[in-house]
Design a protein around this ligand. Sequence first.
Ligand code: PMP
Length: 457
Amino acid sequence: MHDNDLSAIIEADRAHVWHHMFQHQLLESRDPRIIVEGKGMRVWDQNGREFLDAVSGGVWTVNVGYGRERIANAVRDQLIKMNYFAGSAGSIPAAKFAEVLTAKTPGLSRMYYCNSGSEANEKAFKMVRQISAQRYGGKKSKILYRDRDYHGTTIATLSACGQQQRAAHYGPFVPDFVEVPHCLEYRKQWDVENYGERAAEAIEEVILREGPDTVGAICLEPVTAGGGVITPPKGYWEKIQEICRKYDILLHIDEVVCGMGRTGEWFGYQNYGIEPDFVTTAKGVASGYAAIAVMLASDRVFDMFKDKPEDPLNHFRDISTFGGCTGGPAAALENVAIIEEEGLLDNTKVMGKRLLDGLAALEDKHELIGNTRGLGLFCGAELVADRETKEPLSEKLVQAVVAECDKQGVIIGATMRSLPGFNNTLCFSPALISKADDIDEILTAVDNALTTVAAAM
Ligand code: PMP
């Protein structure tokens, strides 16, 4: 089958590929979409239709944009020289990238290589349990996760899933994961002035209920992604940090989405001046040019795993087969160099503001938008059927808005498979190379789409 024989490709796809998060019945009435090519912010499908990609590869990944020859060349050169060796041996690009990235994460000087966000989170979960076993007689093994947050697709990470629709039917789950409330001020759970502090105190209440000596860690997204693009209220993170210190609880920040510049800083947590013990990051590490994820750990955590060499169980007894691929760190090194050389963190701040301001203007214009929020090039617009009651817009109508944007050649996203009834936030995460014209094109498409859907209602 030749790459250009697109009808054969489509039939092969239809007959044999099991797509992610997809009800295949739909392909009985339409063709699958095959993305054939990408350049910068644009992609082309099998029919030659051009799209502006406002979601960086569908799920917030291609931070530096498509068609980066310099990444491809670096990976090619590295693979020809030495593609893979795993186990306890290292590699040249792995050492170089670890040095480069940990220079941007003061206090977190160790990096563990693996290949997906879920896997990186599992590594941190395993470490928490091992620390509990070796230091606290197995008692401090609970891990708190937040309603609406998502940490991955494996059974353990789904046990830490605050999005019921993703976890449904996949139980029974792993014990000792405990849910805590989210911090979305728009859907207030407490009628107080200082919402951020109150939402963090709600977590403290769970810790006290469970018993602080049973809680080993808390895992949180800096800005909740799929759960509705939830930016934390003022004072939230300071209080979380204080609580973690007070009860000797390790702070695990899931930067799978927010890491690598998405929010305008290298990592989302750096917007809030906090000091995590674990940081996991994946999607933007190599912008999708290679499958690579990393878990960064503090010196304090690392030292716990090397201080008893006489104990055969004390080191971290874990391996990731494809954590030994050298293409990942080779791609990641170029990815970071591009972000630095092209000033993409600053660009993300400027373009992110343009996007958020533009969405706020659409909120003034369209009754369907209940709330807009975001940080850097990571923004959301929560759609409602009624502004007074904040009743979420139905998933069908939210998807109609997404489809109307698609018709205009702009691919946007919407929170999906989260809380039933709350899959109602449009998501925008264009590449960090976005220019003013790109942002304006996205906003125009959304403006038109909302007008069309509101008229049809
Ligand atoms: N954490 C967060 C916050 C995510 O959004 C995702 C993926 N959407 C993951 C973890 C899991 O990453 P992966 O799909 O690479 O396993």
